[in-house]
Ligand binder design. Structure first.
Ligand code: C2E
Ligand code: MG
Ligand code: MG
Length: 697
């Protein structure tokens, strides 16, 4: 309670009032004492003068003792008179009076002990016994006697004090109480705004509402304090608003960072990090519930081609369209994520079995059959999907992702727009791939590769062309076909070393080939899309041309249609440089890639190599024959040399010759052989051709 200023003030006030009133009371008692003594003295003086006058009358006639005694007995009514002595002119006591109050006292002597009577002045003197009034009876210079009246002072004074005390104390108490009550009221009144202010600040503290303002009335210090608090609150509120803005901005930035960290900006889909995080959690849950979860891994077929031919903007839109299209066909709990480039992962949780995932994969493939319209282009695309069971991967995320990878690449190998469900045999296959990839360097260093040549015969029956085809008889794995190891070398980043090896061999063999086949021989060699991307490749060719003193007019570079379209701009630059050096370009496996042929008008190729698929299926359907005829016509119109691959029968050769094929290549005429066996192959091929012409004729 005493911590409160109010109570401190009130306590101080009460103490001050009490001290002041006590002091005032004491001083008034003192004042009363002196006033009372004075008045008693004066009364005594007057009374003693009167009695002296009366005694003068009595004693001037005769010493009538009776009359004196009667006079003195009149003093009985003055209760404080102790005694009275009447002396003659010689200070002989002639009459004495003792007040009845003192008569009662035993051994009371009506005499002065402290002083001799005749030493007292003729007035009222304060002595030990009280007040002594000494008066001459008669003229002071010729008195006929003396009158001494002794009166008690202490007792009347005490009595008077007590009377005063008794009469004033209630009044004092009332005044003090009133003063205290008043001070209470005053403090209450004065401190009320302060208390209100304190209540207000507590409210602010409790509600943390810094918009609140204290209602200020008046101009005193408390109002000033109220104003100061209002200003402080306004400042705090302003600061809070600024802080809120900053916090909101920071939150926004945090969300943006989270989005950047977890989502792909282009498609708005979760990214790899986010997907793997979700997959990890889902796998745990699925394992706990002994359920099935499937992962689908796919990429967009021919995406690079779209990017290069139709531009990155179209490529980006294609990614977004594919993502949106597929996402709209998934369940709410499924997650689709873009994990980079044109690769996507889909997580299908809570499955009863894998069939549901296979159905989803089929549905996605079907969805992609329809072309997607982007910037007025009807972009024909597709997806190859790897399907993986979490149960089979033992709910291990790394195993599941590796399996998805393997399944997807297997799907791609099997032909675009297909799906493959992972099975352990694919893993063995994958292990073989890893083994092959690891053996390539060794094969180059230990010269394990061999170069075979397959003849091409022209429409005049002359074997003037050759295709260089690599062969790999490996001591550990036996004969590995280029169809198997070339894609692995491409994936493992080892194809460039193989191309260099082939290029060197061809350049080294060129002179022999001219002699073995024809002075104008044209040797084709296959290059990969990775070579096209290599900015040093053209320099390597130039360097080897100089080193082996070759004329590039004898060299033709075969590039598959898909490699070309995947690296459109690089390829065109390369073609341009090769042509500048008199070299030529052939588009290999034509017809297996893009259905859009519009690019044919934009590129600088010399030869179209029609894929053997068309030749193979010639006998099976007349429709194929029409397609083949159309391609041949188109090639002619574009002034291109047409080479047909995979001719295995004289009928096929006949048909193609009749339809204006320029060059023929196939097992019917010659199989790929080492350079040593070429001479006999040339003779045999030309012989077979002449037989053809004979039959034809
Ligand atoms: P490609 O460039 O289309 O080569 C033609 C393929 O068809 C060769 O297969 C050849 O042996 C085969 N072939 C030719 N005529 C016939 C026929 O009448 N019937 C059948 N069934 N096949 C025929 P190969 O040598 O197995 O090569 C396969 C593919 O490997 C090549 O296809 C080419 O893309 C790639 N390749 C081969 N050697 C090299 C190379 O040195 N470098 C690169 N980058 N790729 C190569
Ligand atoms: Mg080829
Ligand atoms: Mg080919």
């Amino acid at each position: 309670m005493f911590q409160s200023i109010r109570y401190k003030f009130i306590s101080i006030t009460i103490i001050s009032i009490l001290i002041t009133s006590s002091l005032v009371f004491l001083s008034s008692i003192n004042e009363h004492k002196s006033l009372y003594s004075h008045s008693v003295k004066e009364n005594l003086d007057a009374m003693s003068s009167n009695i002296a006058d009366n005694l003068l009358r009595i004693m001037s006639e005769q010493h009538d003792m009776f009359a004196i005694t009667t006079e003195l007995l009149g003093l009985d009514r003055y209760e404080h008179i102790k005694f009275v002595n009447v002396f003659d002119e010689n200070w002989q006591l002639i009459q004495s009076y003792v007040h009845p109050n003192y008569l009662k006292l035993k051994n009371y002597k009506p005499t002065l002990n402290s002083i001799a009577v005749n030493q007292l002045p003729f007035s009222v003197t304060e002595i030990d016994e009280g007040l002594a009034a000494l008066k001459p009876i008669g003229e002071a210079s010729y008195p006929i006697g003396y009158l001494l009246i002794v009166q008690d002072l202490k007792k009347p004074l005490a009595q008077s004090k007590s009377n005063l005390f008794n009469s004033t104390i209630p009044f004092v108490i009332v005044v003090v109480i009133l003063a205290i009550a008043f001070s209470f009221w005053v403090y209450q009144h004065l401190l009320k705004p302060l208390l209100q202010l304190s209540k207000f600040t507590r409210k602010v503290e409790k509600t943390t509402d810094y918009k609140l303002q204290y209602k200020v009335s008046g101009k005193d210090e408390v109002s000033q304090l109220g104003n100061d608090i209002n200003n402080l609150l306004q400042t705090i509120n302003g600061q809070i608003k600024t802080n809120r803005k900053h916090t909101a901005k920071l939150l926004e930035q945090k969300h943006a960072m989270e989005r950047l960290a977890n989502y792909d900006i282009l498609t708005g889909l979760p990214n790899r990090i986010f997907f793997l995080e979700q997959l990890r959690l889902a796998l745990k849950e699925t394992q706990k519930n002994q359920q099935e979860l499937a992962i689908l891994f796919f990429d967009i077929d021919n995406f690079k081609g779209v990017n290069d031919t139709l531009g990155h903007e179209t490529g980006d839109k294609l990614l977004k369209s594919v993502a949106d299209k597929i996402k709209s066909h998934l369940r709410a709990e499924d997650i689709i994520a873009r994990i980079g480039g044109d690769e996507f992962l889909i997580m299908l949780p809570n499955l009863d079995d894998l069939n549901r995932a296979i159905d989803t994969a089929k549905r996605i493939i079907n969805l992609m059959h329809d072309p997607i319209k982007i910037n007025n282009w009807d972009v024909q695309t597709g997806v190859s999907i790897g399907v993986v069971s979490a149960q089979q991967a033992n709910y291990n995320i790394d195993v599941a992702i590796t399996n998805a990878d393997i399944a997807m690449y297997t799907a791609k190998e099997q032909g675009k727009g297909t799906y493959t469900v992972f099975n352990p045999e694919l893993l063995a296959d994958n292990q073989r791939k890893i083994q092959i990839a690891n053996l390539i360097n060794q094969a180059i260093n230990e010269n394990e590769f061999e170069l075979y040549y397959q003849l091409k015969i022209n429409k005049s029956g002359k074997a003037k062309g050759l295709e260089a085809l690599i062969r790999w008889p490996n001591s550990a794995l036996g004969f590995i076909s280029p169809g198997e190891f070339i894609p692995i070398a491409e994936q493992a980043g080892k194809i460039k070393a193989i191309t260099r090896w082939v290029l060197t061999q061809v350049f080294k063999n060129l002179e022999s080939l001219k002699q073995l086949v024809d002075e104008d021989v044209l040797v084709s060699l296959n290059i990969s899309s990775h070579d096209l991307q290599d900015p040093c490749f053209i320099d390597i060719i130039k360097e080897k041309v100089v080193k082996y003193n070759c004329d590039l007019k004898h060299i033709q570079f075969e590039i598959t249609e898909s490699s070309y379209l995947d690296h459109f701009s690089n390829a065109n630059e390369f073609f341009h440089d090769i042509k500048a050096m008199q070299g030529s370009i052939a588009l290999d496996d034509f017809g297996t890639g893009y259905s859009s042929l519009s690019y044919l008008t934009q590129i600088e190729i010399d030869t179209l190599k029609i894929d053997r698929m068309f030749v193979n299926q010639l006998d099976n359907s007349s429709k194929n024959a029409v397609v083949l005829q159309t391609i041949l016509d188109l090639g002619k119109r574009l002034d291109l040399t047409i080479c047909c691959e995979g001719i295995e029968t004289p009928e096929q050769a006949h048909y193609l010759l009749e339809n204006n094929a320029d060059d023929l290549q196939g097992f019917y005429f010659a199989k790929p052989v080492p350079i040593e066996r070429l001479a006999s192959e040339v003779a045999n091929a030309e012989k077979l051709f002449s037989e053809l012409t004979v039959v034809k004729k």
